[in-house]
Design a protein around this ligand. Structure first.
Ligand code: GLP
Length: 243
């Protein structure tokens, strides 16, 4: 793992953008794995402001809420169109279909999409409890796409996006940890002190299903970009080790 501690989310976006730009210019990228949440917004703004061409690139998103449709303004599909796809056209954009009530069928459909489109660069945020995608603590490291029950802490953390906490869906479809780990390169972004403990455990803690992001220690090309607040619980030793 390589760690960069940057000034703020603008500097994080700039650094992430440069890494993506270099990979794209080397012709190494056909598929990008994308994330939602507030964290990647500055990266998507930076991509939109660039003249980088994504028209030959396929995107595969990490997750989607169950029970709300693609045009619901809190769906991840809506989010991705608003922040990126409507302004920067891709060859194709894939997300799980939150309205498919048949979970088995939807998960198999999404796994087939992931298999047909192996991810070259995966963008990740991180939950306060260390979740990646919507793989909550306790999710198997061998997991593929599944319907997950969101934890109380995730529902509360995401409630700010909804009118009231009762409106936050209880379930989501999420790409599994196994699939995330198959990505060739992973760039994880984290901003703010609420992420400090999750970042510390990701880099310093044991590799344990109780802390989903800790599995990234086993991947050979992970870049973690965080601001000072998100990096504030890291020891000097860790900062030097991954510099
Ligand atoms: C959400 C998403 C994750 C995201 C995380 C952090 O629940 N499913 O993919 O990384 O929570 O969100 P934020 O970036 O808003 O802090």
């Amino acid at each position: 793992m390589k760690l960069f501690i940057v000034e703020d989310n603008q500097a994080g976006a700039e650094l992430g953008y440069k890494i993506i730009e270099e990979s794209l210019n080397q012709g190494e990228v056909k598929v990008m794995g994308l994330a939602t949440g507030s964290t990647p917004v500055t990266l998507y703004e930076r991509i939109v402001a660039s003249d980088l061409d994504f028209s030959d690139i396929v995107s595969v998103n990490l997750d989607e809420y169950v029970g709300i449709g693609a045009d619901h303004d809190q769906s991840y599909n809506y989010f991705m169109h608003k922040h990126l796809f409507d302004k920067k056209p891709f060859k194709a954009n894939y997300l799980p279909n939150g309205l498919n009530e048949n979970a088995e069928e939807e998960c198999a459909r999404y796994d087939a999409i992931i298999e047909a489109n192996p991810i070259d660069i995966q963008i990740l945020g991180i939950g306060e409890n260390g979740h990646i995608g919507f793989n909550e603590p306790g999710s198997s490291f061998d997991s593929k796409t599944s319907k997950v029950k969101l934890t109380e802490s995730t529902i509360l953390a995401n409630a700010r996006m909804f009118e009231k906490v009762e409106d936050v869906p209880q379930y989501a479809y999420s790409m599994g940890i196994h699939s995330i780990m198959q990505s060739k390169k992973i760039i994880l972004f984290a901003y703010g002190s609420k992420k400090a403990e999750a970042i510390r455990a990701t880099l310093e803690g044991p590799v344990d299903e109780a802390m989903p992001a800790s599995i990234l220690q086993k991947h050979d090309d992970v870049i973690i970009i965080c601001d000072k607040e998100a990096g504030s619980a890291l020891s000097t030793e860790t900062i030097e080790k991954f510099a």
